[in-house]
Design a protein around this ligand. Structure first.
Ligand code: IPE
Ligand code: IPE
Ligand code: MG
Length: 243
């Protein structure tokens, strides 16, 4: 078990923003002879632990991919279970987030979610506005391309209505994304063995460092996160320049 670190050490270079694709729940369950849905329950529990750990070691933002715009293709039963787990998670978060000083934001097309989930999203937003500090972003009905198109539509509306003028800049466009005001991820982690981005944070990951591991998400514990951060700390980030 990794030692709990409560404050960031000077010079330790903890990524300010970590993004994680929560993948491998289904295979985790299958290996145990359990239904895929049991893997989603284990994955949801793991998110709680990893989020708390991130907060304790001084990460400012944790963004996780929980349900993509493409995941609706899955069997109805599986989608229903995932939505039920998300409702349960948000309901519990509403009761504890202020005590734990964890702010929460949902990234994604919330219009495509059930009225019940939309209400929970609204509540978590309201609570999060009361304090500062660590923020967990949960990507729900999220797709990177969908986000960019959504942003382009909003910009076009503002432009047509005269609410914005001049030539569009990258920074201005970033303000139309779900991640408006949040710095780009420094480290993107994908557990579960696949080495692809699967439509996650396409705009924001322009200069993120990628870390892939075969460990399945429900088994991705704080030691695994420490390994990912150690790998990140050895990277040389050049942003197109020279050092
Ligand atoms: C990730 O785990 C959770 C969601 C995409 C909702 P998977 O369900 O994709 O698990 P695998 O990849 O099939 O093992
Ligand atoms: C990515 O995982 C989406 C989430 C983890 C929410 P998938 O399991 O859906 O990705 P693919 O299908 O392997 O690319
Ligand atoms: Mg998967």
């Amino acid at each position: 078990m990794a030692a709990e670190k409560n404050i960031r050490q000077p010079g330790e270079n903890i990524p300010r923003h970590i993004a994680i694709i929560l993948d491998g729940n289904g295979r985790w369950a299958k290996r145990r002879g359990l239904p895929r849905t049991a893997g989603h329950a284990a994955g949801s529990e793991n998110f709680r632990k990893i989020a708390t750990y991130c907060k304790n070691i001084g990460v400012d933002y944790l963004t996780v991919y929980a349900f993509s715009t493409e995941n609706w293709k899955r069997p109805e039963d599986e989608v229903k279970t995932i939505m039920r787990l998300l409702r349960r998670y948000l309901n519990e978060a509403i009761d504890t987030m202020e005590r734990d000083q964890i702010r929460m934001k949902i990234f994604g097309d919330v219009q495509g979610l059930s009225p019940e989930l939309r209400e929970l999203v609204k509540k978590t937003d309201e609570i999060s506005q009361r304090y500062q500090g660590f923020q967990a972003n949960i990507c729900l009905n999220y797709g990177g391309r969908d986000e960019i198109v959504h942003a382009a539509r909003h910009y076009a509306e503002d432009y047509a209505a005269g609410r914005t003028e001049g030539e569009l800049t990258e920074a201005q466009f970033g303000g139309y994304l779900y991640s408006a005001g949040i710095p780009d991820p420094d480290l993107l982690i994908r557990p579960g063995g696949e080495q692809r981005i699967s439509n996650f944070l396409l705009w924001q990951c322009a200069y993120a460092e990628f870390y892939f591991t075969d460990v399945l998400w429900p088994d991705f514990n704080t030691d695994e996160l420490d390994k990912a951060i150690a790998a990140f700390q050895k990277r040389d980030r050049r942003y197109g320049g020279v050092k």
